[in-house]
Design a protein around this ligand. Structure first.
Ligand code: ATP
Ligand code: MG
Length: 327
C-alpha cells in the first residue's frame, strides 16, 4: 500500500454551508500533505471526516486501505489526531496524561508508562513530566498534545493547525517534532494558516476554498503556477536610484516599488526575458548594480492569487463571504 490517505468526492453540508464540496486527496506513505485555506474553507471538516469523527454525506475515503465509515474501528487504530483545540487534562501531569491515553488504548500499565517516558523524552518534556499541564507554556502543551497523538504508534497523523498561536521559537520546536514523526515512518496531514509552515514541512500542498481543492502541487509548483515573479534590483550609487527606477518602469510597464532607505527597486514581471533586456539597458547606461534578481512569488503571494485574499486577511474575508451568502 503506497497511499495511506485516499479521498474521492467527499461532501459534507451543514444546512446551506457546503463545508466539503467534492474533495479528492491522495497522500503517499511517508509524506507530509499540507492543507492550506482561509477560515471556514473546510480544513477541519476534512480532518474530522478522515479521522472518523464525522461521516461524509457523499464520497468516500480510505486510510491505509480501510474505509473511514465502514471500517472506522480499524481506521482509528491506524491514526493519531491532534485537534485545533488541545485535548489535554489540565490538572494531570504530562506523564499522567500520556499514561492515561495508553491505558485507554489497553496497554498494560508498565507499557503505558514506558511509552509515556519515551515520548516525553522525544518531545523534550522529561523535566516537566511531573508537573500539572496547567503550568506548561503554549509550546509545551502543543508538544505534549502531539505526543498524545502518537501513543498508539499511528501510521497516519492528523495535525490541525499544530502551531497556531505559538511564537516562532516554539513553532520551530513543533516543526522539529513533526519531522521526527515523519522520520519514524508516519505520514502526516497538516492543516495550517502559516504558509511558511507548509513551505517548510509539506511535500505537497493542497489549497482549500469553499470546501473545494482549488490548487495542488509542491510549493515550487504552486509558486511557478502563480506566474508573476518579482524583479529586484539596487543601484551601486544611491543617487542613480531614480534613473534605475525609470529603466525598470520602461522595461516592465509597471510602476516599480522603491524602498527609499535601501534603494531597492522591485517590480512584477510576467516574462523572465526582462532580465536580459535589463542587463543590456544597465550596460548601455553604465549603471552599476549591487543586487539583481528574479524572485519567485512567496507562498503568501500564491495564496493571495488563488483565494483573492492573504492568509492574515482570511478571517475578515470569511465574514464578508458569510454575509454575502446570507444576502
Ligand atoms: N458542526 C458544524 N455545524 C455547522 N456548521 C459547521 C460545523 N462545522 C463546520 N461548519 C461550517 O463549515 C465550514 C467549514 O468549517 P471548517 O471548520 O472545516 O473550516 P476550517 O477550514 O477548518 O476553518 P478554520 O481555518 O477557521 O479552522 C464553515 O463555514 C463552518 O462554519
Ligand atoms: Mg479549522
Amino acid at each position: 500500500m503506497t497511499e495511506v490517505i485516499r479521498a474521492e468526492g467527499l461532501q459534507k453540508r451543514y444546512g446551506a454551508t457546503r463545508a466539503l464540496d467534492g474533495v479528492d486527496l491522495s497522500v503517499p506513505r511517508g509524506s507530509v500533505l499540507g492543507v492550506l485555506g482561509p477560515n471556514g474553507a473546510g480544513k477541519t471538516t476534512a480532518v474530522r471526516t478522515l479521522a472518523t469523527l464525522i461521516k461524509p454525506d457523499a464520497g468516500r475515503a480510505e486510510i491505509c486501505g480501510f474505509d473511514v465509515v465502514r471500517d472506522a474501528v480499524q481506521v482509528r487504530a491506524k491514526i493519531g489526531l491532534t485537534g485545533q483545540y488541545a485535548s489535554l487534562d489540565e490538572e494531570l501531569t504530562g506523564t499522567e496524561n500520556l499514561v492515561m491515553i495508553g491505558r485507554l488504548l489497553d496497554f498494560p500499565r508498565a507499557e503505558a508508562r514506558s511509552r509515556a517516558r519515551e515520548l516525553l523524552a522525544r518531545f523534550r518534556l522529561t523535566d516537566a513530566a511531573g508537573r500539572a499541564v496547567k503550568t506548561y507554556s503554549g509550546g509545551m502543551r502543543r508538544r505534549l498534545d502531539l505526543a498524545a497523538s502518537l501513543v498508539n504508534r499511528p501510521e497516519v497523523v492528523f495535525l490541525d493547525e499544530p502551531t497556531t498561536g505559538l511564537d516562532p521559537r516554539a513553532r520551530n520546536e513543533v516543526w522539529d517534532t513533526v519531522r521526527a514523526v515523519v522520520a519514524e515512518g508516519a505520514s502526516v496531514l497538516l492543516t495550517t494558516q502559516y504558509l511558511e509552515e507548509a513551505d517548510a514541512l509539506a511535500d505537497r500542498i493542497v489549497v482549500f476554498d469553499h470546501g473545494k481543492v482549488i490548487a495542488a502541487g509542491t510549493a515550487d509548483e504552486l509558486k511557478a503556477g502563480a506566474g508573476r515573479q518579482t524583479l529586484v534590483v539596487r543601484a551601486k550609487e544611491a543617487h542613480r536610484t531614480e534613473q534605475l527606477t525609470a529603466i525598470v518602469a520602461q522595461l516592465t510597464g509597471e510602476v516599480p516599488d522603491v524602498v527609499a532607505e535601501t534603494g531597492l527597486v522591485s517590480a512584477p514581471v510576467a516574462d523572465s526575458g526582462v532580465l536580459a533586456s535589463l542587463i543590456r539597458a544597465l550596460d548601455g547606461a553604465s549603471l552599476g548594480v549591487t543586487e539583481l534578481a528574479l524572485r519567485m512569488p512567496s507562498l503568501d503571494e500564491v495564496f493571495l492569487t488563488l483565494t483573492g485574499h492573504s492568509a492574515e486577511q482570511s478571517a475578515r474575508a470569511e465574514e464578508k463571504i458569510t454575509e454575502g451568502s446570507l444576502a
